[in-house]
Design a protein. Structure first.
Length: 308
């Protein structure tokens, strides 16, 4: 099968499409024939060598890319059927394929995952759209879980028109947060549809001490902490670069984890239209470089999706 990997991290030209044996499923694993794999910032960062420099990647030959997959189950390992009766050959599924230190990821014809990361895609929801959900929907959900009870409180979401921030605005509004969205003026319609009560272009527009909680997918850091009241909660997205604490605020970061039940719920919401699906473009697996250039150019709304 084909897989996209990086051997020497660098610009998009460092991406390589290689032929490798189709991975064999072990006990407690399932294999997915990939129909769609979304391209995310973490893939750009991995390809560019951010995690190699942090010492998080130690692959002898090559590093696989891709955290988001949707496709059909193509092999089921021993003990999976008994423990997870919903996962059977041919089922339409989506999964989080987590980790930066692995030889193969979701950018491939087939990918092996743990059933704990897999959810069935509801009838009526296309696999291209489903592939944009796992990483970013789960990250938004898990960040909101850290922030706790909304109880009418005011939450600033930065990067609110991005993939993580977009899901966070919608989920937070549904939970009862009073949501302020930091995004571009051109994003006003999207964040309003998502349930945000206010759009700001900068944290300074809000003023110091004006919100109870911040979720910061745009990684604004200190300037986003400034708008928190004393003792407010800050959740970022970069675990190795969390802003300094102050005024009883103890900033922390979300680090996404697989959660099959939560992913199933998110996919149901996408199928029902209560979470908006946004696909920017689809390209063949072999045109992965075009997608990486597109993500790096910035400004897109919705994901580039690779189609093997
Ligand atoms: N820790 C974890 O588990 C985890 C999980 C998933 C993602 N992440 C990280 O979360 C971050 C966001 O991911 P994503 O997929 O949501 O990225 P994305 O889709 O590119 O969204 C980022 C958004 O932030 C906006 N933005 C950035 N700076 C801004 C500013 N100063 N003012 C207004 N808007 C601004 C961008 O707008 P423009 O396009 O107009 O610039 C874009 O809409 C990435 O760093 C990713 O690696 C972490």
């Amino acid at each position: 099968m084909r897989a996209v990997v990086v051997t020497n991290p660098g610009p998009a030209e460092a991406l390589r499409v290689i032929d490798v044996p189709t991975p064999v499923v072990g006990p407690g694993e399932v294999r997915i024939a990939v129909a769609a794999a979304a391209v995310n910032p973490v893939d750009i960062q991995t390809r560019a060598g951010v995690y190699h420099e942090l010492g998080w990647v130690d692959q002898p030959e090559h590093t696989g890319l891709g955290w988001d997959v949707a496709g059909t189950v193509s092999a089921v390992g021993a003990d999976v059927t008994a423990s997870t009766p919903t996962l059977q050959m041919g089922m339409r599924v989506a999964a989080l394929v987590p980790g930066v230190d692995r030889p193969l990821g979701a950018y491939a014809d087939e990918v092996v995952v743990s059933p704990d990361a897999v959810a069935v895609v509801p009838d009526g929801l296309g696999l291209l759209k489903a592939a944009t959900m796992p990483l970013n929907g789960l990250t938004a959900l898990q960040a909101l879980d850290i922030l706790g009870d909304p109880a009418g409180r005011r939450l600033l979401v930065t990067g609110a028109a991005g993939a993580v921030g977009g899901y966070a605005v919608q989920l937070a509004a549904q939970r009862g947060w009073s949501v302020v969205a930091l995004a571009r003026e051109t994003d006003r319609a999207f964040i309003t549809r998502g349930g945000a009560r206010q759009l700001v272009l900068t944290p300074e527009e809000l003023g110091e001490g004006t919100v109870d909680a911040v979720f910061d997918p745009a990684a604004l850091g200190d300037s986003a902490v400034q708008v928190l009241r004393d003792g407010g909660r800050y959740v970022g997205v970069i675990p190795y670069a969390v802003p300094k604490g102050q005024r009883g605020i103890h900033p922390e970061a979300v680090f996404v984890k697989p959660d099959a039940a939560a992913l199933a719920q998110l996919l149901h919401q996408m199928a029902a239209g209560t979470l908006e699906a946004r696909v920017h473009a689809t390209v063949p697996l072999t045109a992965v470089g075009k997608a990486h250039h597109g993500v790096e150019a910035g400004g897109t709304r919705g994901r580039w999706v690779l189609v093997p």
